[in-house]
Design a protein around this ligand. Structure first.
Ligand SMILES: *[C@@H]1O[C@H](CO)[C@@H](O)[C@H](O)[C@H]1NC(C)=O
Ligand SMILES: *[C@@H]1O[C@H](CO)[C@@H](O)[C@H](O)[C@H]1NC(C)=O
Ligand SMILES: *[C@@H]1O[C@H](CO)[C@@H](O)[C@H](O)[C@H]1NC(C)=O
Length: 483
């Protein structure tokens, strides 16, 4: 397992005088490699290091050169110390400071509209439910997080809250207003200007991704975007609300800077103790597989509905409606979902599907039928342990035949592995060591840089950050020029 990182120093170190104290990525540091592999038992201890246990190893990774770049007064006294690389990019424990922009802050006018609509009439609770609830939940969890800082000067990252997806649907803001309000808000943020947006975080909770903000590519294409999926355009045949105006093949998601987040599974299913619907023992399940969703005219979904007519005792896949008698109510939906060994998750309007995440809470094995789908926390989770990905081009009797050939003991093994990871899909406070929020914070920690700059940022011999007109950073006045 340890071979990927084996004690090799980072490639760039050969020609530089790096510290000899540089810590190789030892077994313990390979959060990813360890995950679930024969060690599920120690799950939380290994995945989420306890600061009190590992603080001694922390010292080696925090002696970074020029660490206090905010405190320019200290510059003169700061010697050029040894450089040491963070442990595999994660560090041995979480240590980051996130500033959450405040909608009541008079310096950032318009931000309140991105949370409550043009006249502030949309209550946040109405945006909390459903698959887009993450935009509210992440904001709230950060507000109460121990990694939150109230001082912009010391922040590693900046969170820009907005419930735009929900506001769009509720009529709180239209597309044009969303775009203009985002631009207005950003132009009042000197820190956004300073880094060109590189240390700013945005949540886009739907299949539209960052396209919800029409001019995203101009303004926030360097920022960290949290989204449940990779919007992919080449395969989208019907434009969704006419919004996917990208050039063919361009995506608002960038694997190297953005973060895939889990979908928002209904709170009634994720709460510890008594969920709305309990899983059934494998032997009591009526179907081999199911798919319970609207067809939305999608090829894969239509094929499943046809297949269910052909094999009605193996596959449950009724044609569901948005409303009316053929719409499943919440409890009824989960009762159906738990009645199969495998829960099929074909792509819909976009490549992600909430069904994938829901399947873990009724304990069916998710079968991904969405070729472009991307999944959260891939640095630490090996998805082959508890899910199946099957080519969407082979949805037919061969899929059912294959699923039927899988012995129950293998299914049980996958379900047991799924039980170990599903806490990572739950939007619980980050004090909960296995939660979506912990996972997101670990991913964010990897993005923290000691230094930020942009094309419009300059610095002088005495480490003063200035703009093009040589005005010192702390004297920059909004509105800031944006691209
Ligand atoms: C978004 O708003 C900015 C600023 O008002 C404007 O320049 C830009 O053209 C808008 N983008 C779209 C796609 O309307
Ligand atoms: C981001 O936007 C800027 C300004 O429009 C543009 O110059 C740059 O090429 C874009 N970068 C990427 C990676 O798209
Ligand atoms: C840094 O140097 C510039 C240019 O000489 C000067 O205007 C500025 O006051 C200096 N800043 C500090 C903090 O010494």
């Amino acid at each position: 397992m340890g071979s990927i990182w084996s004690n090799k120093p980072p490639p760039s170190s050969s020609s530089r005088a790096l510290s000899s104290r540089q810590t190789p990525c030892t077994r313990t540091h390979q959060i990813g490699a360890l995950f679930l592999v024969a060690t599920t038992f120690f799950f939380t201890r290994l995945l989420f290091f306890d600061p009190s246990v590992s603080s001694s190893t922390a010292a080696t990774s925090t002696t970074l050169l020029l660490h206090h770049h905010h405190h320019q007064q200290e510059a003169a006294s700061l010697g050029v110390g040894p450089i040491s690389w963070p442990h595999c990019g994660y560090g041995p424990y979480l240590s980051l400071k996130i500033y959450v922009y405040d909608e009541h802050d008079d310096d950032i006018r318009g931000l309140d509209q991105l949370l409550g609509g043009r006249d502030g009439s949309i209550p946040p609770t109405s945006c909390l439910e459903g698959q887009w609830g993450t935009q509210v939940k992440i904001h709230r969890l950060l507000l109460e997080s121990r990694f939150r800082t109230l001082r912009k000067e010391e922040a590693d990252l900046f969170f820009v809250p907005a419930y735009a997806r929900c506001l769009k649907r509720m009529g709180g803001l239209n597309d044009q207003e969303i775009n203009q309000t985002y631009v207005k808000v950003l132009s009042q943020m000197p820190y956004f200007r300073r880094s060109g947006g590189r240390d700013h975080i945005f949540v886009f909770p739907s299949g539209l991704g960052a396209h919800l903000f029409r001019s995203w590519a101009t303004y926030i294409n360097r920022s960290i975007i949290l989204t449940p999926e990779v919007p992919s355009f080449s395969t989208v045949t019907t434009p969704y609300n006419g919004d996917r105006t990208d050039k063919e093949g361009t995506s608002a998601f960038n694997t190297w800077k953005d973060i895939i987040i889990p979908g928002n599974v209904d709170d009634g299913m994720t709460k510890p103790g008594a969920p709305l619907v309990q899983p059934l023992p494998l032997s009591k399940r009526k179907y081999l597989a199911n798919y319970l969703g609207r067809a939305q005219g999608k090829v894969g979904r239509l094929r499943l509905i046809e297949l269910a007519k052909q094999f009605p005792d193996k596959l449950e896949s009724p044609e569901l409606k948005f409303s009316g008698p053929e719409k499943l109510e919440k409890v009824e939906y989960f009762q159906h979902l738990r009645d199969a060994k495998f829960c099929l998750a074909p792509r819909g309007e976009s490549s992600w599907t909430l069904r994938f995440f829901e399947s873990f809470f009724v304990e069916c094995v998710p079968v991904i039928l969405s070729d472009q789908a991307e999944f959260p926390f891939q640095n630490v989770i090996d998805y082959t342990l508890f899910s199946i990905k099957w080519p969407s081009t082979s949805i037919g009797p061969e899929l059912l035949e294959y699923l039927e050939s899988i012995p129950d003991e293998d299914i049980e093994r996958m379900i047991a592995a799924g039980r170990q990871v599903r806490c990572l899909w739950v939007y619980a406070p980050d004090s909960d060591l296995c939660s979506a929020m912990q996972g997101i914070l670990w991913e964010l920690q990897r993005k923290v840089r000691q230094f930020h700059q942009s094309a419009e940022t300059f610095w002088l011999h005495n480490r003063t950050i200035v703009n093009r007109n040589l005005v010192e950073f702390f004297s920059w006045k909004p509105p800031m020029p944006l691209p």
